[in-house]
Design a protein around this ligand. Structure first.
Ligand SMILES: *Cc1c(COP(=O)(O)O)cnc(C)c1O
Length: 402
């Protein structure tokens, strides 16, 4: 008899053969600018911990206090017995920070997208999605019974065409939901949310933005993409985000009207059916909102570092794509070369992962760097020096720089 699990090993070995399997690096301590990765002291250049908050003393002590006063776990899902005052306070503080009527916190950003999208759009509805939207949006749309159409990446004219076509089609859609990432994580470009929101208003569609990489980064004091474009709140109906990136902890959230939040917590299956955050997580997230409000220097330093690094890399002849944010891709081309460059950088003491096919198109392999506010000028010069040496050796940039 054939082993019914034989495909597990076969498929895994095929991934290994193609060098497409994930090779886990192991952090032997906190995610700080200089950290221990696989036993080697390296400069962290690829975490989502943009502001260095994951190791901020205020977040750590808030988490410790919460363990002392509330214990290690919450005891239940939130709608039954796992809703602590810490969770409620976090939602109030987040809504205030965002300038929204209300906010709702999910276990993760993935849980927010996969739990809410299928409830916003169902049978007879249409979801219109940017072609490069995050996988958690794609999964949320897959769980929905709505029809799905994709518009060209970042292209508001193409979105307009899709919306016109939908209006002209024989079967009228009950509702239309437009969804886009705020900042796209592979290229670091920003969605044209001003135009997307205007098109939404014109067509009577809901607008949903996933601002996972924009929060703590864009807008006034890191308030995100809606603030960045100074959009009126009622133009963007769902502002979704995460506590796992710039906020330095873990957790997803949505902000918008009170009606949205009431609807979402009664309908999102991920929120209803999965345990709530341990008190330490809720307290650390609260402290993160507090730090963003009271210590604006982190966001400022993030942007200073970003500009310094981008300029130096362009001066050295590197192609950094069309990034407008602290995500700076260093374009290499072939997958094998990107992997080589990443290994050389690691040997030199800089931890930055290659992003290769199938995560990006063939021939568009890159090293994706993510800037951090806690890096010093010396750290940045160290990293730039490592890129210069390895980049010249591998002929990613000309050997004799002009
Ligand atoms: C990281 C990310 C998510 C998932 O957030 P988690 O809180 O880590 O689950 C969702 N959307 C985008 C665009 C992301 O970058």
């Amino acid at each position: 008899m054939r082993d019914p699990t034989s495909f597990l090993g076969e498929e895994y070995r095929e991934l290994v053969r193609q060098d497409l399997d994930w090779k886990l690096r192991v952090l032997g301590g906190p995610s700080t600018p200089w950290c221990m990765v696989d036993g080697k002291k390296v400069l962290m250049f690829c975490s989502n911990n943009y502001l260095g908050l994951s190791n901020h003393p205020k977040l750590k002590s808030a988490a410790l206090e919460a363990v002392k006063n509330y214990g290690a776990g919450s005891g239940s899902v939130r709608p039954i017995a796992g809703n602590m005052d810490l969770h409620m306070e976090l939602e109030r503080r987040l809504a205030k920070f965002k300038g929204a009527e209300a906010s709702l916190v999910y276990q993760t950003g993935y849980a927010a997208n996969s739990g809410l999208i299928p409830q916003l759009a169902g049978k007879g509805d249409l979801v219109v999605s940017d072609e490069l939207n995050h996988g958690s949006i794609i999964d949320g749309v897959r769980l929905s019974l709505a029809e799905r159409r994709v518009y060209k990446h970042g292209d508001a004219d193409d979105l307009s065409r899709v919306l016109d076509e939908a209006e002209g089609s024989s079967t009228a859609f009950r509702r239309i939901l437009i969804i886009t990432d705020g900042v796209f994580s592979m290229d670091g470009d920003i969605a044209p949310l001003d135009r997307v929101a205007a098109l939404g208003a014109e067509h009577g569609a809901m607008v949903y933005v996933d601002d996972a990489h924009g929060e703590g980064v864009l807008g006034e004091g890191g308030r995100g993409i809606v603030s960045h474009f100074r959009l009126p709140r009622d133009r963007v109906h769902v502002e979704m985000g995460t506590f796992s990136k710039a906020f330095g902890v873990v957790g997803g959230h949505i902000s918008g009207s009170q009606d949205l939040v009431n609807f979402a917590y009664n309908k999102s299956r991920t929120w209803l059916l999965s345990g709530s955050h341990p008190p330490a997580v809720a307290a650390a997230c609260l402290a993160a909102v507090d730090v963003l409000e009271s210590e604006p220097e982190h966001v400022r330093r993030l942007w200073e570092n970003t500009q310094y690094f981008k300029k130096a890399m362009v001066d050295l002849g590197f192609d950094i794509g069309k990034s407008e944010t602290p995500i700076t891709p260093v374009m290499v081309g072939e997958s094998a070369k990107a992997k080589q460059l990443s290994s050389r950088l690691f040997e030199a003491g800089v931890f930055a992962l290659p992003i290769v096919y199938p995560m990006v198109a063939q021939g568009r392999a890159r090293i994706r760097t993510i800037m951090n506010a806690a890096l010093t000028k010396e750290d940045l010069d160290f990293a730039i020096g490592a890129f210069e040496t390895a980049g010249k050796e591998l002929r990613v940039v000309p050997r004799a720089a002009s």
